[in-house]
Design a protein around this ligand. Structure first.
Ligand code: C5P
Length: 234
């Protein structure tokens, strides 16, 4: 299983331009722990684009949020293993059997298997959205319920908002990884994120990975922005 890097910051490269992504990857080497590539990048640039970014040598978090029947998700995970990502995401809402199938497929990579983490409740959904889908209770309760199911299925952790770190740290095992987006260094534009937290505060609460995109990629000097975040954590 791949170990997480000492620097917890994974920079989200949300672009369809593989040249821009690769340029950023090379310029951020040593200043961030890893990079996150998601749907936008992967659908536009595919395996070839991924490999271009991977040439920078940083750990990669492939955030494709798989969600389908167990056999299909297992096949999807298997098809991605040759890329050797450090972290991959699936939807915890796909259920216990789907999550177990993903973990079993990932295990085929042996020592080099990626961490498989579950997306619980998308932060774009609130309690009324859950109610409309027939889910009772608060989003926080649903996050805890799905995280419990994820750990039972053998997942390595979940993606969560900074405001859920405390409750998840109390309820889940110490080794269960918490991957946290919605992080904003002091003074950075909040953009479309609604509830944000500083990198140092999220880390102090118990985050394992801090996903930070635009505060780095949109900065006039992305490397300097990443270095400043790293300095704020030491
Ligand atoms: O630019 P920014 O720092 O907001 O980027 C955050 C990254 O984390 C984006 O790739 C976004 O898709 C992802 N993400 C998020 N909120 C979640 C889950 C993932 O912002 N709840």
């Amino acid at each position: 299983m791949s170990n997480l890097p000492a620097n917890p910051v994974f920079c989200a490269l949300d672009t369809t331009d593989s040249v821009r992504a690769a340029t950023l990857a090379h310029s951020l080497k040593g200043a961030v722990g890893g990079l996150k590539l998601g749907l936008e990048f992967f659908y536009a640039c595919g395996h070839a684009g991924y490999r271009t970014v991977a040439e920078a040598g940083l750990p990669l978090f492939l955030d494709l949020k798989l969600h389908d029947i167990p056999n299909t998700v297992a096949g999807g995970v298997r098809a991605l293993l040759p890329l050797k990502p450090s972290i991959m995401t699936i939807h915890a809402g796909g259920g216990l059997a789907m999550m177990k199938a993903a973990v079993e497929a990932a295990a085929e990579a042996g020592e080099q298997r990626p961490l498989i983490v579950g997306v619980t409740v998308l932060t774009s959904l609130d309690q009324s959205d859950l109610a409309a889908m027939g889910v009772q209770g608060s989003t926080g309760e649903q996050v805890l319920r799905l995280a419990e199911l994820a750990e039972k299925a053998g997942l390595d952790g979940v993606v969560c908002s900074a405001h859920e770190i405390g409750a998840l740290r109390r309820e889940r095992s110490p080794g269960f990884k918490l991957i946290v987006p919605g992080i904003r260094p002091a003074g950075a534009a909040i953009g479309d994120q609604k509830r944000v937290m500083s990198p140092a505060d999220a880390l102090a609460l118990g985050a394992d990975v801090l996903v930070i995109g635009r505060p780095i990629t949109d900065a006039p000097d992305p490397r300097a922005a990443a270095e400043a975040i790293r300095a704020s954590l030491s």
